[in-house]
Each structure stands twice: as C-alpha cells, then as structure tokens.
Design a protein around this ligand. Sequence first.
Ligand code: B12
Ligand code: SF4
Length: 616
Amino acid sequence: MELPPRDPGDQLLPPGELTDIRRRLRPLAARHDLSAVIACAFDHRTRMLPFFYADVRMAPAGPRAIGSALNDSGLGHMRIVLQQWNPRFQPSLMRLDGRLPDLLLISSMSLHTAACQAMLRDIGCVEPDRRPLVIAGGSLCVYEPWEVFGIAGADGRQVGADVAVTGEEYVLLNLLELLLSDKPPTEPIRRTFLRARDSGALDAVPGLVYPRTDSAGQAVELVDTGVQRLAGDLDETPLPMAGFAMLEPPGRGATLAPAPLAPNQVRRYSRIASLVMTFGCRFSCEYCPIPGYNQHHLRAKSAPRLVEEFHRLNSTYGLRRFFGTDDNFLSDRARALEILEALASATPDGNPLHRRIRWGTEAAVHDTLTMREHVPLMHRAGLRALWLGVEDMSGTLIRKGQDANRTVETFELLARNGISPMPMLMHHDRQPLISRRDGRGLLNQVRILRKAGAVSLQVLMLTPSAASRSYENTFRSGMVYRSVAGRPVEPYMYDGNYVIASSHQRPWRKQFNILAAYVYFYNGLRLLARLARTRTPLKLKPAGMQIIGLWGLAYTFRHTLGWMLRLMFGRIVRCDDVPRSPLPMRSPDGLAASHARAWQKPAASATPPARSASVG
Ligand code: B12
Ligand code: SF4
C-alpha cells in the first residue's frame, strides 16, 4: 500500500508558510545557544555495483538539506557526519565546542537500518539527563518509522530515537518552533521535548511518530501524527550552500574533528554534488513508492533558483559535477524546458554557466523521446548523463510507453548528442538470461543497449519496496525470503543486488544472471575497445565508466557470490507475513496510524512483542 494522501486541498503547505516559519524561528533560536550533529547512517556492506562510487563520492542531499534548514533558522554550531566517510563515528563520544550537542539528528535510508540502529544503541548509553534530543529522519522514517524505536540496547533495555520525522524540512522546523516557543533558556531541549510530548502538544505537528513510554521510560506504543504537508514550491526551501560548509572531514576516528571540512576540500571528497531540482513522477508503477510519497504532486524549483544554486555551489566550493535528485526530471515537460533554457543561457558573473557545470539526472524513456527535438538544448544546458528506467524492454514487467525500438532510438539520440545514456534494468523471475527467439533475455537486452550507446549498466532484481502498491502482496505470496541456508535476510540486502524475493525454482540462477550481465558489460576487452574509440561525442566517458565498473564488479562478486552459493545449496525459509511495527501504532485520536501498514489495527496491548533481527 502507498502512504495515504492527506485530504485534497490539505496536501500542500499554504504558499509562503515555509518561508514564514524560517523567519519566525530565527529570533526564537537566537535566545538559545543550541548545537546539533547530523549523522548520516551508511552500511558499508552495501558498497557494490551499480552505485559504487556515487554512494560515497556524493555527499547526500538529505542531511545537507536539514543542516542548511537549521543553519538558516539560526542554529549556530553544527556538524554533518557521513558514515560513508567516517565509518567509526560514535555519537556518544562526539563533542562540539567541548560538550555533547543539544540535538542529534540521524538520517537513514531503509537499507542502512543496521547502521542507524547501531548509532541509536550507542547514544542510548548516555545517561538520559545528558543525552541530546535524538531525532531520526530520512526515507527509513518516511516508510518504516517504527525501526528507530524499541531497539534492544546493550543492557537489554530498549533504546531508540525520541521522535521520528516522517517528512521534510518543514516538519522539523515546525517541531523546533513548538519546542523553542516553550523552552526556558537554561532547560535542556530534550527536557522541553519530553514535556511537550507528555502534554500531547506534538500531536499538532503532522509528520511525527513518537513513543509513549511507561514509568521506566520504555516505549509501549507509537503515536503517529499523520502524513506531512508537502512544500509545493521548492523555492521556499533554504539554499543548499550551508550544508557543504559543515561536513565532518573524512577519518577513522570515533569523535569529531576540531573543524569541519575546509571549503576548498569539499570537491575532493564529494566529487559529485546532488541537487534537488524536482520531486515526483507522473507514472505510477506498482513497485514504486515515489508517486504516493509525493501525494501524486509534481514539485519543482524555478529555473532562476536553480541557476543560482548551480552558480553558488560552483563559485563557493568549486563543484562542477552535479546530480539532480529527480525521480523523473522530464515528468513536467514545460518546467523541464524552462530549466534547460535557463541553464543554457545563464551568464551569472558574466561567464556562461554551462561551461562550468556538468550534470546528470533520471528520466523515463518515453518522456525523453517526446522531447527529442530538445536533446541538443539538454546538452547546451550542461546535461551529460541521463539515467533511464528501461526496466524490461520486452514490456513483460511494465509498460510505460516504451518498447525496444523506442528505447534504442532514445539511447542513440542521446549518445549522438554527447549525453551518456545510463540504462536501469530490472531483472525478474520471468526473464531468461538469453533468449534465442525474441529479445526478452537479459543479455539480449544488455547487448542491444550497449550497441545503442549505453555507457553504464544497472541491473537490479525486482525487490519489494516499502509503501509501494505491490509490497504487501509480494510478501503474502510467499515470494520473500526470511533466511537462506540459515543466514537471515537483513535490511541492507533490500537493494536489488541480492535475490531475496523470487518464486523461481532455481533462484541462484537469477543471482548468476545479474553477475553475468555485469561481466558481459564491464570487462577488460570492453575497456580496451572503449579506449580505442574515444572520437565519439561521448569521448572518454565510456572508458572511464568501464574502469569504475570493473572496480565495482570486484565488490559485487565479493558481496553476492556467497549468497548465490547459499541459494544454490541452502534451505530457503520464506516470510509468512508482512514486516510491521512490533510496537502498536495509533493516530493521536486512537485511530489507525498513517504510517503503519494499512491493515495493522491499533493494538490495545501495552506489551510490545519481542523484536527479531531478521526481516519479516
Ligand atoms: C540520489 C538518490 C540515490 C543516490 C544516492 C547518492 C548519495 N550519496 O546521495 C544513489 C544513486 C547512489 C542511490 C542509490 C540507491 N537508492 Co536512492 N535515491 C536517490 C533519490 C533519487 C534522491 C535522494 C535525495 O538526495 N533526495 C533529496 C533529499 C533532499 O531528500 P531526502 O534524502 O528524502 O531528505 C529529505 C527528507 O527525507 C528529510 N530528511 C532526510 N534526512 C533527515 C534526517 C532528519 C533528522 C530529519 C528530521 C529529516 C530528514 O528531509 C530532507 C529534506 O526534505 C531518492 C528519491 C528522492 N527523490 O528522494 C532515492 C531513494 C533515496 N533511493 C532509494 C533506494 C531504495 C536506493 C537503492 C537501494 C537502489 C534501489 N534499489 O532503488 C540504492 C542504495 C545505495 C546505497 N548503498 O545507499 C529509495 C530509498 C527508500 C527507502 N525506504 O529508504 C529512494 C527514496 C527512492 C524510492 N524508491 O523511493 N540513490
Ligand atoms: S517511472 Fe520510475 S519514478 Fe516513476 S513511478 Fe515508475 S519507477 Fe517510480
């Protein structure tokens, strides 16, 4: 089931409200000398193709957006710690200006649940009176907020976040405004929070999940204040520059360095800068939670605002390579054209912007083809790579107005115009490795795409995605594995690289097929061929991607080969139920919680069932 939308007319924030709350917060924050650390959870076991390189060489936009929003609202001392760069970071040991910060904000994707929970366990060791207010957020909390509560701590007691934000910047600012309006200057903010929580004041802030605790401080149930209101006009979000100025320098230490990464060092570690341009997609694939998350709205920044962001990030930090965090950049054709034209013609400080920036993003094949006459404009705007959701060209899996011919046409068109086409394929039970009669086979399709100009390759196994329409049925059908050869399926394995949901008689062959596709695409011979053919509009890019691909392939083998052997020889135990919150969840009125799985009744029981480390 998708996340439930708010009532029509109440899905977007009133225009100007996000700007207003930022203004309202500044004088409030000035009265309190608050400090904050934002930690981004990252499970290093996920390092492999097809995200190898981008996973650690692109400082994620979520924690940076939160840092920029807090900075803009007047919070003074802040640091952003990326576990991608600081794998040994321990929140309990962090000190900012010689003291534990007032706020610990943890950002996590579902894939990195184990790393997120480890940080929560660690900060849970600090005595409650000294502990920072712990706020969790990011897509883990949007889709499965219960994962940050009721975690078994070192001494057997439950630990967890104080509150989960199931939405974007505005929800956090809304919470802070509530707390700071009521906080005496000398009171620790966590104490203010606990007072607000126990008085029911948090219920007025949509987009939170918080635990109700017993006298021993143990969570007995979760209260869900509902789905967030979305910022409809993304120009109202704070500019993203500040987020880069507070990054913790990479290192092996458990604590914080005395100063953040110097501005002239940012580009060295974050080779790519992700940038929010648009949100949402006009399609509605049943395995994708994105349209539901956006309550079926398409949201965007204006063209002048994007010109300003690209320019300021380039001039402040020397950043040159960008990645638009779009779900489907070309969903809104008119808006996309406006942005492209502005980027192609912008001359801030007198020099053409497009000469200094290169960017890539995601789009659908169909939408790209309907804009075929604008592909040269895309190139003039600095666009150099387009990740395209090809899925399965035969249409067996999904139809989004694309077929093999249209896909090939799109790839050739982009490649001719110097834009690298980057295919994203989805492998599934019904797709063979090779097909002699038609083009259904995985390798057949990789071959066609390679010939049409594909520069990189992404092949992911169709894997259930929380809050997508097909999620529950995939579990109920018995396809999803709980464990294989005694090894539990953990959250970090839900990335599409592991075969963890299949009805195939020999699922190891699916795992083998993915590896085979990568070996077919990334190999020494192909690298040599690409090096010999650099006089194309794509120049050295295909060869460069071969090198990154070969490097990532070694990691992919290391991580998934053992899993393939388990699938081959081990016993597969399947999930017999859908993962759900072990703690009862309810809305403030005692009705069904918006972020609980749809059929999950608000339970009366005050005793949470025991947690299990495995999924399912
Ligand atoms: C860019 C991107 C990537 C990049 C990330 C690179 C990087 N280092 O940044 C790459 C290509 C590597 C990638 C890979 C994957 N991705 Co990805 N990716 C995205 C994408 C398109 C944009 C992310 C982004 O920067 N958004 C912009 C920022 C500003 O938004 P945000 O992160 O959501 O943060 C906002 C809120 O969540 C909140 N917030 C965030 N953190 C915090 C913390 C606190 C304390 C608070 C209060 C609030 C808060 O405030 C922020 C500002 O509004 C999103 C979809 C989307 N449009 O968001 C998917 C998305 C994050 N990816 C997703 C997935 C599943 C993956 C993969 C597993 C591949 C796959 N199977 O699809 C891999 C995992 C790789 C890995 N090892 O981590 C899912 C995550 C779902 C989940 N339940 O966690 C998303 C949401 C897409 C989806 N299916 O819905 N991805
Ligand atoms: S086209 Fe992509 S982003 Fe849009 S709904 Fe389908 S999978 Fe999601």
